[in-house]
Ligand binder design. Structure first.
Ligand SMILES: [Zn+2]
Length: 276
């Protein structure tokens, strides 16, 4: 999938999960926690493609995320791609093909998702507010890039950076640490996993089994068969899937907030009646 679809799928997954937890397990979250979680999960759903530097066709997934913070993120993407390639080369088995590019390797595995999720929670727990500022700044930047791609393209990376900084400062000042900080890490990890699912349905495949060896391969690319795959950037992705994501997100938001709102209105009416 392209960047915007990845980001949207992350936001949708988080909102749907939030609704389900609230509805079935009675786990309620503050509106701020829900908003931050959604943004961080959307950003997390772009994170794996930070292994794709700027030397790709414009508007491909990697470019979206690698352009977030201008040359800085382009450079970071270059470094991450090289590190991923290093991990691939060091761990590949005899049947794994030789590679010269690290795209869709280490950052597209479940251990990577767990690692960045755990790292995010550890950093926020250990360094507190300042770590949260940094993490939310980075993730919000990715999310804004992905969710509002047209706007971000027009506004340019300086504006995106300023918006991310404002969101980060506000979050750090208002998000309680006890439940909020572990939530940040969880949202990053969920986002990464959602990204992998998105890549799987577009047939490109990801090494989802890594590091479990299968038939002298450690890096088996798993994806749906070509005949069933969603074409990257095609109508199914840009119209059908994105519309479905938006509808599910809106339903989830309504499901989360409507009951409380209705109750509030009923209480208000009751108070008005009994007051008369
Ligand atoms: Zn990817």
């Amino acid at each position: 999938m392209m960047g915007p679809s990845h980001a949207l799928s992350g936001a949708t997954a988080w909102l749907a999960g939030t609704w389900a937890l609230d509805h079935f397990a009675g786990y309620e979250q503050s509106p701020l926690a829900i908003a931050v979680g959604t943004l961080v999960c959307a950003g997390g759903a772009l994170l794996p493609d930070l292994d794709l530097s700027g030397k790709v066709t414009r508007n491909q997934g990697g470019a979206t995320v690698a352009r977030t913070f201008g040359v800085f993120s382009l450079f970071a993407a270059e470094v991450i791609e090289k590190i991923s390639l290093g991990i691939y080369t060091a761990t590949r088995l005899s049947r794994d093909p030789r590679r010269t590019n690290g795209h869709r390797t280490f950052t597209h595995t479940l251990p990577f998702a767990a690692l960045v999720g755990w790292g995010t929670t550890w950093l926020s727990g250990h360094y507190g507010k300042w770590a949260v500022v940094g993490i939310v700044f980075f993730m919000a930047g990715l999310a804004l890039r992905g969710l509002f791609d047209k706007w971000a393209e027009r506004a340019g990376w300086v504006i995106v950076t300023i918006c991310s900084a404002v969101i980060a400062m506000f979050t750090a000042a208002n998000l309680p640490g006890d439940r909020g900080y572990p939530m940040l890490g969880f949202a990053v990890a969920v986002g990464c996993v959602v990204h992998l699912l998105g890549d799987i349905i577009t047939s490109a495949g990801v090494p989802i089994l890594w590091p479990i060896p299968t038939g002298r391969r450690l890096w088996r690319m798993v994806g749906v068969p070509n005949s069933m795959a969603v074409r990257v950037g095609g109508k199914v992705e840009t119209v059908v899937l994105r519309t479905a994501f938006v509808v599910i997100s809106l339903l989830a938001i309504a499901g989360i907030f409507a009951p409380g709102l209705l109750q509030h209105i009923e209480l208000q009416a009751w108070a008005d009646n009994s007051g008369r």
